[in-house]
Ligand binder design. Sequence first.
Ligand SMILES: Nc1ncnc2c1ncn2[C@@H]1O[C@H](COP(=O)(O)OP(=O)(O)OP(=O)(O)O)[C@@H](O)[C@H]1O
Length: 252
Amino acid sequence: MSETGKGLATVDLCKSFGALSVANSINFNLDAGARHALIGPNGAGKTSFVNLVTGVLRPTSGRLMLDGQDITALPQAQRVKRGLVRTFQITALFRRLCVLENVALAIAERQGVGGDFLRPAGRHRAVIEEAYDVLEMLDLARDALRPITELAYGRQRMVEIAVSLALKPSVLLLDEPAAGVPPSESIMIVEAIERLPADIAVLFIEHDMELVFRVAQRITVLVQGSVLVEGKPADIAADPRVRQVYLGERKH
Ligand SMILES: Nc1ncnc2c1ncn2[C@@H]1O[C@H](COP(=O)(O)OP(=O)(O)OP(=O)(O)O)[C@@H](O)[C@H]1O
């Protein structure tokens, strides 16, 4: 994708904490509709990169482009309004409310009606219907009326994705969607990512290589704040440098 095209792009993005460079002139493109994984060893700068993209961190230099527009100076909330959404963390869910309520509240928030969404009745119904559609897409509808506290951990992480979808993202950042999820449940997360609407560009950070290689169409490998290599999964898996710094390391 070009710098002026659809999707997300970083241009010579740099971030340092004192002498430590966590983003070292990163030129990264996330095409519209992409399924792109960002991998790298511990401390490579993956979380810092997501924080730069969402606006939690300010770059030392460089630019961020969304759909061809410079968003480097935009605050976090404005980026979300433009469709750049990071998954909500479990800790941000209303734990005693049910799944449907959590998603409906996010939709109401997006529409600017917030806690008022129970009135008027017509709007209430539209919000609930939209929330149900999101739950059905993620195979969460059977848990719609259960409070978050009653769900297994993997299902709770699915609700994170559902709430994020309620914000109608064009770019969705998933920060370790399978972290802490037992292997028996992680297939659910894989299937959820596979079911996301094709027009959403998805960037995920993940340590679970099975998930990465099953879902990603492109992979970027970050090492010490720099992009080591970017390419198709088969090329990444075969790259001796990647094996050395990352895959090999994990095997041991
Ligand atoms: N606010 C900060 N101040 C100083 N150093 C920081 C700060 N945030 C992160 N770092 C350092 O920046 C480096 C990159 O950290 P980051 O969390 O981005 O890596 P990561 O690739 O996400 O690692 P992991 O896979 O372990 O989560 C680390 O050495 C970390 O200690």
